[in-house]
Design a protein around this ligand. Sequence first.
Ligand code: ADP
Ligand code: MG
Length: 807
Amino acid sequence: TCIWLLVLDSGCKSWCELQEARLRLPILAEEQVIMEAVRENECVVLCGETGSGKTTQVPQFLYEAGYASSGGIIGVTEPRRVAAISMSHRVATEMNLPSGVVSYQIRYEGNVTENTKIKFMTDGVLLKEIQKDFLLQKYRVVIIDEAHERSVYTDILIGLLSRIVPLRNKKGLPMKLIIMSATLRVEDFTENKRLFRTPPPVIKVEARQFAVTVHFNKRTPVDNYTGEAFRKICKIHRMLPPGGILVFLTGQAEVHSVCRRLRKAFPYRPHREHTEDLKKAKRAKKKKNMSLPRINLDSYSALPADEGDEDRQAGIDDDYNEGSDLELELGDHPDKEKADPSIPLYVLPLYSLLAPELQAKVFHPPPAGARLCVIATNVAETSLTIPGVKYVVDCGRVKKRFYDRVTGVSSFKVTWISQASANQRAGRAGRTEPGHCYRLYSSAVFGDFSLFSEAEITRRPVDDLVLQMKDLNIEKVVNFPFPTPPSSEALISAEQLLISLGALEEPPRHGRLTCLARLSCPITPLGRAMAAFPVAPRYAKMLALGRQQGCMPYIITIVAAMTVREIFEDYDRPAGSEEENTKMAGKKARSVQMRRLWAGQGQSVQLGDLMVLLGAVGACEFAGCTHQFCEENGLRYKAMLEIRRLRGQLTNAVNAVCSDAGVYVDNQMAPPTESQVLCLRQIVLAGLGDHIARRVQAEELLDPKWRNGYKTPLLDDPVFIHPSSALHKTLPEFVVYQEIMETTKMYMRGVCAVQAEWIPKLLPQYCHFSAPEESPAPWFCPLSGRVKCHQQSTFYRVSWKLPAIEM
Ligand code: ADP
Ligand code: MG
């Protein structure tokens, strides 16, 4: 009994403390106002400083007011996976309810049950649910959280819900929409007449915010901001009174490198526990990943890439960009800090792909006497509130995805944040007492920041969104009530691409999803099939064509590998010591040798870099996908695990769309046969048809800059096959490429050779055909029952002459 009482007592004590903390949240004073507004309006906008209690409290208010009692669910969308998971745990704890009642769902996982009453999810998950049930009948209330981030899916959801909610109410199935924002800039939602005819009421939650003193750097901003951040943290820690430190950096690699340096400078025993935890988590994860997910039709749901963490396509995570800045990793820093090791510093990393149990550590108080120091990406800007932060160190940058308007090529770049973001970051320091924010840039630079971050939808191509919207039977995307519409050029080029891929009808049925079954499968029409695949439309087309000659497992693997960024280690980064350089050179040589091996022989060489991807995945799986194999052969272990997960997911999607496909992924595929390679190259051409390039002909070689160059339909300048490509020496006449990266030259990546005579057959939409040839004379083909002839063609704009083919 004694022990029981003790347990009960301590459990109760922490729960009581929790409730007390809850009562202190500023939003509690507004409960009545909020609930009244919700009762009287279909849609309500709620603004409140980060940490005021929006995410954790509003679902509870609704629950207590009975909004989940008659079978309906309260749904909350988050742009980030981290927030969906941690907020569901937090609310479950506060309400003392099991995770089967307060649950979460993200792209790959979730704990939703029949009893779920409050469901946290990423915005992409809810968008996919709308595709299955437009009226969202399961939900009684939908809360769109973090709307100020203006993530693409959040924007689309608000547009859709502005129609769904009135429709539901008209049908006598009442539904409420709550839009929550951490900034007061909500005019895009409220003043937008196309969105809401009567502007929804805006409720402001006044948060107690203590003064935050902002300190700018005097010097012009340094490139090495991680080093600068490290020095600043050391200074704060040695010279300033107690209080937690929160540091904003841009990516996972930077976070880890600064964590490592700090732990070296301020060794502290609990870190060993932490690393032990990390190791344990790694081991557990490895175990979990050892076998491919079982493919189960019932559990299938094709979700779009769902993260605001820039993980919009699987495996791509803005916040999770390793590799690019590894050179900042240390041990060899010029000005090693002489820190006083007697002061304990409790250093924790925080980024979206960190295991949830490790993320949760930032919410617990640090060990007695130690100072908490959280090194975070911009997840800590608004989604999560870390208790006890008094000092903020802000590098002023964020990692964002950029797209070239001409080529559509995307890249991750580190750029300056907006003034609004900088102020949000500074605000993290004043939650519990007056604080300080150290900006690693000068006030002049701050003055040049844009006032607000742009809505993501205006910065990227929208072909995937247009396809998803067509799948929702939205025929005129131009008329969709976007909070901020994408440019009309972006919409037009998206439609053009989708028409040429065969996903949308050409005029006069212009703009609808295609209904013809075409090559895809007998049941699902091509456009619908493509919309069901959680990858970009070009890749979706490849999947839709993949059923021929047993190519599907290979196409799935190629698409998965192309979707996951950078599967090879980068050995070109500067190392440091002589010894390290030699080691790196050795690894590089080995990696080059392996790539040559994976490129295969004979026919398979023509599949080029895609064959290398296929070979690498195949070899890695054959070796059991171990960390060691990746390490020894120049592959990124994390990328290989991601590919494995994605292969499972894509296989499910293919089986769900083509119920007779019966595809299963064999971890250890045999290499494709010669005829399969031919087939794969044609499928790739059909998907990447607008990414075609032709080697410059001898007679055109007047200008030396075109030596070994390729011409593309859209660019004036030559593009080249990268020296690391499998086709660098071969220089085939026609190639298709995955993307163009501009470094010293414009280089094509992911190159595959195609044959000229395939182009008029597979890409007739891009060709102008001549009149039938006289010789050979047209003939009757008994097989097809049609008269056939030879026809010549030219490839559109560029007028490339293509060989005569039988039509
Ligand atoms: P908002 O959504 O307005 O930014 P939240 O509802 O997320 O605010 O957070 C309210 C308060 O709850 C914060 O001050 C934060 O410190 C606390 N909190 C939230 N999640 C956790 C957690 N997992 N552990 C401890 N405290 C938490
Ligand atoms: Mg919140």
